[in-house]
Design a protein around this ligand. Structure first.
Ligand SMILES: O=C(O)CCC(=O)C(=O)O
Ligand SMILES: [Fe+2]
Length: 256
């Protein structure tokens, strides 16, 4: 299989960042070749079976690195693209050039619990690669975004406070209800597998809509550039999030 990814030139990086500012997101269509997409879909299928058709998320680790996602994360052109987009958005280079990779699969009843979980990412640049998305019906698991609601905070504690106020069960219920009543009107992205979607995850409140329990919604997410990297609060939040993800996944872990 060809493991060369579509190369995006430097001028396009600027255009992508501009679109993320003005439109709230940018989409690179057909980022993957059909065979690259098929390889990832097969990878998902074998992983999903191990989790008995229930929700799982991997934060880094072998399940990601052993797939094409590991190759993509290591590709110099891809890394360069994230670096220049971060720079276009924030002014200086990121504290660390590490990419946090997540492989997420919403399926079964436990998938509902993980939907409408509105949040801001810790990273400024969020790149979403849909692998498998239900294309029919009402519950396709669209990505819901409130683009660029806030700027990068100069103080990490303000960031923590804002996240605490918004990222809890009550706020999430209220936001979901307000969207249902058309009081809030977010953008909805109907994701297409193989396209690449980019947005300012730190600045954009976002979540996925629920998807039909019988369908599978698998996405890979690349997080790049934490504007508060290195601070104690940031390290703590990251640890808590990873523990929560491990717990949600452990519930559906094969027992053998
Ligand atoms: O799976 C998705 O569509 C979004 C996931 C997400 O926002 C995240 O992992 O930070
Ligand atoms: Fe996110």
């Amino acid at each position: 299989m060809n493991i060369l990814f579509r190369s995006i030139d430097t001028e396009a990086h600027q255009l992508i960042a501009k679109e993320m500012n003005t439109k709230g997101s940018s989409c690179i269509t057909n980022f993957l070749t059909p065979e690259q997409l098929i390889s990832l879909q097969e990878h998902i299928r074998s992983n999903a079976e191990k989790h008995n058709g229930q929700y799982f998320a991997h934060h880094g680790g072998d399940a990601i690195e052993s797939s094409l996602l590991g190759v993509l994360g290591a590709a110099p052109e891809f890394r360069k693209m994230l670096e220049s987009i971060y720079q276009a958005g924030f002014g200086n280079t990121a504290y660390s050039d590490e990419i946090l990779k997540v492989l997420r699969c919403v399926q079964g009843n436990s998938g509902r619990r993980e939907s409408n979980c509105f949040h801001y990412d810790a990273s400024l640049v969020t790149v979403l690669l849909p692998i498998e998305i239900p294309q029919n019906g009402d519950d396709r698991g669209d990505l819901i975004i409130f683009p660029n609601l806030r700027r990068v905070r100069s103080n990490v504690l303000i960031n923590v406070l804002e996240k605490a106020l918004l990222q809890n069960a009550l706020s999430r219920k209220l936001i979901t209800a307000a969207i249902g009543r058309h009081l809030l009107k977010p953008e909805k992205l109907q994701l297409v597998p193989g396209n690449l979607y980019l947005f300012w995850g730190y600045r954009t409140l976002h979540a996925n809509e629920p998807c039909d329990a019988a369908s599978r919604r698998a996405t890979a997410i690349f997080h790049y550039g934490d504007p508060h990297a290195g601070s104690l609060a940031t390290r703590l939040i990251l640890k808590l999030n990873q523990r929560r993800a491990r717990r949600a996944t452990a519930l559906t872990q094969p027992t053998a």
